[in-house]
Write a protein that binds this ligand. Sequence first.
Ligand SMILES: Cc1cc2nc3c(=O)[nH]c(=O)nc-3n(C[C@H](O)[C@H](O)[C@H](O)COP(=O)(O)O)c2cc1C
Length: 336
Amino acid sequence: MLENCKYPIIQAPMAGGISTVALATAVSENGGLGFLAAGYKTAEALETEIIAMEQAGVLYGVNVFVPTLETDKQEEVEAYKTILEKDWQMKLELPAWSDDEWEEKLALLKHYKVPAASFTFSCPSKEIISDLQENGTYTIVTVTDEKEALIAQQAGANAVCLQGIEAGGHRASFENTDPIGNKPLIDLLADVLETVEIPVIAAGGIMDGEQIKELLQAGAAAVQLGTAFICCEESGANPIYKRALIEQQFTNTKLTRTFTGRLARGLENDFMQRYEAVAPAAYPTLHFVTQLIRKQALIKENPQAMSMWAGVGFEKVRALTVKELMQQLKTEAGLL
Ligand SMILES: Cc1cc2nc3c(=O)[nH]c(=O)nc-3n(C[C@H](O)[C@H](O)[C@H](O)COP(=O)(O)O)c2cc1C
């Protein structure tokens, strides 16, 4: 599968409306591998996107969140919700735990025999992985360390996507815990390459071709870039978010639990600073609890209360078309 891509550049799946069909198609048309993000989307909405990718006739992947049971945090969640309701003067939702339509999404992967699937937040069972593979789907598990990479290999995954500490968005760790250490991606890659035999895709903080070249030389089978694509014309990121990145309205990124209950790296804003100490590790419950605040912030064009996921390399983001960005990345990486 990875051999079928002209260039070993993967566009990271980005839930929240960022990785659109247009973005994924353009990446694949320019020799990379575009990914759809199934997270927080109904199976019905995902199906529409898969059909559009099929019609475009390009290689693509679909990323699915593996449901994880959270430990009971009812009281802490209620307390956090009360604080937020008081501060923001609005009634917030406290939904039941959701599996994000896991079974329905798996059924879609099978029905459409999607070329590639990647999984995040845990490792699917051996049976699920072999079912997908027998159906022709190249199956990738996202991991954050050697231990998880080994679990993915033992479950039969075709490849792992290794997410470094630098990465924008949610930490893909199998457990909703704090990361151990701050090892840079390049060092983590060396450790994981010593541990597993399957191909390793490197992700986290990659913004230019120089970095791509270095990681490929270090043994990565491919690289996966998220933040680098957020400001592309074809990305579905809202204009406030794109502007915040391009105009460098924020100076830092930070890992935070305040928005969703799971550590995710984003532009460090007031909301993160204000609630870091009180936000419980309750994912995806907090995603729904804070949803209305984030929606209102978008309407009011207030980036201080929006979740704007970004990796540590965000200052190097480029506002280009995918074609232009891919061309620049390939040139810088010496891939042309
Ligand atoms: C806005 C945004 C949304 C993301 N959403 C997802 C997702 O839905 N599924 C997933 O596996 N990873 C997601 N990620 C993480 C990426 O797969 C990847 O690990 C990360 O983008 C790499 O770091 P970078 O952003 O510095 O390139 C997201 C990242 C960002 C920036």
